[in-house]
Design a protein around this ligand. Structure first.
Ligand SMILES: Cc1cc2nc3c(=O)[nH]c(=O)nc-3n(C[C@H](O)[C@H](O)[C@H](O)COP(=O)(O)O)c2cc1C
Length: 168
């Protein structure tokens, strides 16, 4: 719920700024990892795996900005988000990818200097490799309350994400 709330706050800002947004909740979808079968590279750049990505590919093609949001799981992005990224291989042509602006939003229980080190490094490497242009990054640490480790996100993070959306 923390990441969802952070994302919704960001989207609220984007919508008020006049952007058109389609939110895709990977958590509820079946998104397999890439099988590395290579069929996509031989046949019209279509993925052989039939799952939720079939709905996402057209949305991805149409958008100018990809906002990826994830909780920190074992010091990096979730496997679900990584699967989505891996599956973009299907639409690559000679290792080239569609030009996009990109944003990363994250939440985590910890809140120290190195908490988001790995995903930030990966995000930047991904942008460089795919030719994407980073236009936003927000990492909300300290998203685990002390009461029975209940998850919660500070309002300040939601306000910051909202403002970031307004400024895109
Ligand atoms: C499987 C799992 C792994 C996690 N790994 C980390 C971690 O490595 N570092 C950290 O600070 N928090 C970690 N957390 C805490 C979550 O990142 C944090 O509570 C986050 O805000 C949860 O987001 P959500 O409410 O959107 O699921 C982990 C939580 C789970 C369930």
């Amino acid at each position: 719920g923390n990441t969802d709330r952070l994302t919704d706050a960001y989207i609220k800002g984007l919508v008020e700024r006049g952007h058109s947004v389609t939110k895709v909740y990977l958590g509820n979808m079946r998104i397999e990892g890439c099988r590395g079968c290579g069929v996509c590279q031989r046949l019209a750049h279509q993925c052989a795996v039939r799952d939720g990505m079939e709905d996402i590919y057209p949305l991805f093609a149409a958008c100018d900005t990809v906002v990826m949001a994830s909780p920190l799981y074992f010091w990096t992005i979730t496997a679900k988000l990584k699967s989505f990224i891996d599956r973009l291989y299907a639409i690559s042509v000679d290792d080239k990818y569609p030009q996009k602006d990109s944003v990363l939003l994250m939440t985590a229980g910890d809140d120290n200097d190195t908490t988001f080190e790995q995903p930030i490094r990966y995000f930047r490497l991904l942008n460089q490799a795919l030719g994407w242009n980073e236009v936003g990054l927000y990492c909300a640490g300290g998203c685990t309350g002390c009461e029975k480790l209940a998850r919660q996100i500070d309002k300040v993070h939601l306000e910051n994400a909202y403002k970031m959306g307004l400024e895109l």
